[in-house]
Design a binder for this molecule. Structure first.
Ligand SMILES: CC(C)(COP(=O)(O)OP(=O)(O)OC[C@H]1O[C@@H](n2cnc3c(N)ncnc32)[C@H](O)[C@@H]1OP(=O)(O)O)[C@@H](O)C(=O)NCCC(=O)NCCS
Length: 195
């Protein structure tokens, strides 16, 4: 089976949005404990909200897809999104400020990491994280223009009992964050410095 890995870039098509929505809802349904959001919350999203998720210039979503032999259409089977500093919501920025993280770093957050169970263990999760980190390395967030070139840090929340997720991130160089407190719901932060 062959796989393709690609970023969703402008212009975002209606088909991109439909494929993304189907993939995200499937991930929430199959692995509810891996995410902070829920299927019930996101099934109620309007088309505008789904479109917004993909059209921000300050984040990037990477997809892995597969195509059956002889078929012309691809099926999206894995994804990860990386939020840049300009995409972070106020509550997240407040948390960073409270714990004294982020004043010296440009903070990026990796979210929504998921590979369909039928395609796990084939290196797709590794490839998705690699692409996300590479985007961080090369991305110029508008905050750089205001605050000057700074080092970057990628943060992610992972379930304490998520052995495969933790193993994947550790393999990619992430370590348990010493500054960010656990969320109190069984998830802890891991971080990676990117220069
Ligand atoms: C975590 C996840 C994305 C890994 O995807 P994947 O495509 O299977 O990952 P890979 O094949 O690249 O494997 C990467 C590493 O993960 C670890 N891993 C994979 N499957 C594992 C398993 N069943 N048990 C323990 N470790 C495992 C291994 O360290 C592996 O590296 P190795 O093959 O060099 O030993 C996938 O299991 C998943 O979508 N899980 C549900 C959602 C989730 O937990 N997301 C993360 C939330 S933070």
């Amino acid at each position: 089976m062959t796989y393709r890995l690609f970023p969703i870039t402008e212009p975002v098509t209606h088909e991109d949005i439909e494929n993304y929505k189907a993939l995200r809802l499937t991930s929430l349904k199959i692995d509810p404990s891996s995410f902070s959001s829920t299927y019930e919350r996101e099934i109620a999203f309007t088309p505008e909200i789904w479109a917004q998720r993909l059209t921000s210039r300050f984040k990037r979503t990477f997809i892995t897809s597969t195509k059956d032999e002889g078929s012309i259409s691809e099926t999206w089977i894995g994804m990860v999104s990386v939020l840049g500093p300009s995409e972070l919501i106020p509550s997240m920025l407040e948390l960073f400020e409270r714990v004294g993280v982020g004043s010296d770093w440009d903070m990026y957050i990796l979210v929504g990491m998921w590979v369909h169970p039928e395609h796990r263990g084939r290196g797709l999760g590794t490839r998705l994280v690699k692409e996300g980190v590479e985007w961080v390395r090369t991305n110029m967030d508008p905050k750089n223009d205001v605050e000057g070139r700074r080092d970057k840090m990628v943060l992610l929340l992972v379930g304490d009992d998520n052995a495969s997720g933790r193993a994947l991130y550790q393999k990619m160089g992430f370590t348990d964050s010493t500054s960010m407190p656990p969320d109190g719901e069984g998830h802890s932060w891991m971080s990676l410095k990117v220069s």
